[in-house]
Design a protein around this ligand. Structure first.
Ligand SMILES: [Zn+2]
Length: 113
């Protein structure tokens, strides 16, 4: 097994365009990071748990599409059933993490991005 080339759960670069992100971009990001039949996102490696049911990119794209889907209904129509489906997956609880080292000022270890 090779090491991931990017940090796990890193936000999709298409979502870093600020106000230039289009509805079509959001649909593409959503479809790229939506893997309901897998234990983790196949793109960013985020492991689905009860605390974080979807990866950050999927979650952000979903939330932005909820607000902006009326801008381009034709772009969202093919995925509307998936986008609005109830999530019934039985997911594991997140793995317990050790507290941060004393003197760091953090409650939990923080990974560098
Ligand atoms: Zn992902």
């Amino acid at each position: 097994m090779s090491a991931p080339t990017r940090p796990v759960g890193r936000l999709d670069p298409r979502l870093r365009r600020g106000l230039a992100v289009t509805v079509a971009d959001l649909v593409a990001v959503f479809l790229t990071h939506h893997h309901r039949d897998r234990p983790a996102c196949a793109v960013c490696g985020h492991v689905y748990t009860t605390a974080a049911r979807w990866c950050p990119s999927e979650t952000l794209a979903r939330q932005l599409l909820a607000c902006r889907r009326h801008e381009r209904p034709a772009a969202v129509a093919p995925i509307i059933d998936v986008l609005t489906a109830r999530d019934t997956r039985a997911l594991p609880d997140p793995a317990a993490t050790a507290p941060a080292a004393a003197g760091t000022g953090e409650l939990f270890p923080v990974a560098d991005a």
